[in-house]
Design a binder for this molecule. Structure first.
Ligand code: NAD
Length: 478
């Protein structure tokens, strides 16, 4: 049993004021393998006070100094690849090869892209050539509370912490209670890289610890990634202190496969939906297929689902692992049940664990065909390896069905017709659109519309989330 109960406040590890143990469960065994402590409101307050005390100094540091620090963080990060990947795999069930590659590299990529984008941030400029005494300053907003989920845990921690550091903010990170040990390794990395005391603080805990940061009057901004349910609660609670809230929340991505799409479009779409055991906010979970290809697509999707291997997270290979927690497992099972009850056609997978598994939060790779818009599986974020398939007759119908959701994170278009690519992309209501499998560039903004959120992470946009725009007039012209 790993016992790491301390919090990281003001540059050192220290015991929480009141000990309240939280087990960390291995989703492959369903057993605890580590214990951390939940920080209380007083611990969160101590972390905020440390961040506040150092803010006047850190916010005035030359940008080049902050950039150099992030370069050192990247060096330390690379040294800890095996530690990070092993812990991600253990805590949230990502197969070790996935953890060593996509999970680790996702975090790394974000540190790198922020270093590259930093020079493009305009911290200071004149309003216009004919108003030389008007200066626009973009300055760090203050002490920020960062609340993160577990599914791509390094991505989300890096996206927030590195952007906040570069902006000149000081911060308190409250990571997911499912992946607290990964966040502790991240904290060791920042410490070893020389992040000054108080600039970065870590409080482990659950929603109550997060709520303490949200309610804290001396936190200027909350950057939250997680479920839409929690984002709504946080927004309401943050209103009491009128703090800025940046939200990155759930998704229900549509994948529009037109008749002229590449022959591998269905296969790739199913694999993308199942990747990370279906636990990606931007997963293409609703596959809309032109009717002329629909029957063939259903057969192809069934074949991919049947061929998808499921296995333990410590095993090497290209299988998918368990979902991260009992709560996730139960939620996915109940949504599969609702799909069956509401009349969707189950063509692969279904209820219960895959054959050969009696423990572990393993879900059968599942495909439903003939899903209708009123069904729960069409409307709710499932967050497991479950695909919904729907036929369409016209382009307009496909766009309307794709947009018939409260979410708006990422949508996908598969067509060889360049006019249609542009036409459809313009009409899809989502923060991101991916055409024919071409991934976004490394510093492109990541974020959603509608109930997927209001933030933009990554690149210049991600850093600017942590800056306040100020207007100074009467500036002496130099
Ligand atoms: P969650 O909302 O349950 O928890 C996320 C974080 O918020 C955790 O640290 C949790 O302790 C904290 N929290 C929960 N309720 C809170 C409250 N009332 N006040 C303060 N803090 C609170 O989400 P999860 O299960 O950890 O993550 C999965 C969700 O995250 C999915 O909906 C997924 O789509 C979303 N997600 C979104 C993005 C994105 O960039 N849009 C990226 C990854 C995950």
């Amino acid at each position: 049993m790993i016992e790491k109960r301390d919090l990281y406040i003001d540059g050192r590890w220290s015991a929480p004021l009141v000990r309240c143990d939280m087990p960390v469960i291995d989703p492959t065994t369903e057993l605890p393998f580590a214990v951390v402590t939940r920080a209380g409101a007083d611990d969160a307050d101590a972390a905020v006070r440390a961040a506040r005390r150092v803010f006047p100094v850190w916010s005035q540091t030359p940008p080049a100094l902050r950039r150099d620090l992030v370069v050192r963080i990247l060096e330390e990060f690379d040294k800890r690849q095996i530690d990070l990947a092993t812990m991600i795999s253990r805590e949230m069930g990502a197969p070790i090869d996935l953890a060593m590659t996509r999970q680790f590299r996702g975090g790394r990529k974000h540190i790198e892209q922020f270093i590259a984008a930093f020079d493009d941030v305009e911290f200071e400029r004149k309003l216009a050539p004919d108003t030389p005494q008007d200066l626009i300053l973009k300055q760090p907003i203050g002490v920020v509370g960062l609340i993160t989920p577990w599914n791509w845990t390094l991505n989300q921690i890096a996206l927030k912490c590195i952007a906040a550091l570069l902006a000149g903010c000081t911060m308190v990170l409250k990571p997911s209670e499912i992946t607290p040990q990964t966040a502790m390794i991240w904290t060791e990395i920042l410490h070893d890289a020389g992040v000054p005391a108080g600039v970065f603080n870590l409080v482990n805990g659950d929603a109550t610890t997060g709520a303490a940061l949200v309610e804290h009057p001396d936190v200027d901004l909350i950057s939250f990634t997680g479920s839409t349910r929690a984002g709504i609660e946080i927004t309401k609670s943050a209103a009491e202190t009128v703090k800025r809230v940046v939200l990155e929340m759930g998704g229900k991505g549509a994948n529009l496969i037109f008749a002229d799409a590449d022959e591998n479009a269905v296969r790739d779409g199913v694999e993308d939906c199942f990747a990370n055991s279906g636990q990606s906010c931007n997963a293409p979970t609703r596959m809309f297929v032109a009717r002329s290809r629909y029957r063939e697509a259903v057969d192809q999707a069934r074949a991919v689902a049947v061929a998808t291997k499921v296995g333990a997270s410590h095993m090497s290979g290209d299988h998918i692992g368990p979902v991260a927690s009992k709560e996730q497992f139960d939620k996915v099972q109940s949504l599969i049940q609702s799909g069956i009850d509401q009349g969707a056609r189950l063509i692969a997978g279904g209820l219960g664990r895959p054959d050969g598994f009696s423990t572990g939060y393993y879900v059968r790779p599942t495909v439903f065909a003939d899903v209708t818009p009123d069904m729960d599986i069409a409307r709710r974020e499932i967050f497991g390896p479950v695909l919904c398939m729907v036929p369409f007759d016209t382009e307009d119908e496909a766009i309307a069905m794709a947009n018939d959701t409260r979410f708006g994170l990422t949508n996908y278009i598969q067509t060889a017709d360049t006019d249609r690519q542009i036409r459809v992309a313009r009409q899809l209501r989502s923060g991101m659109v991916e055409i024919n499998g071409v991934a976004r560039g490394p510093a492109a903004p990541f974020g959603g519309m509608r109930q997927s959120g209001n933030g933009r992470e990554g690149g210049v946009w991600g850093i600017e989330e942590f800056l306040e725009v100020r207007s100074i007039s009467g500036w002496t012209v130099v």
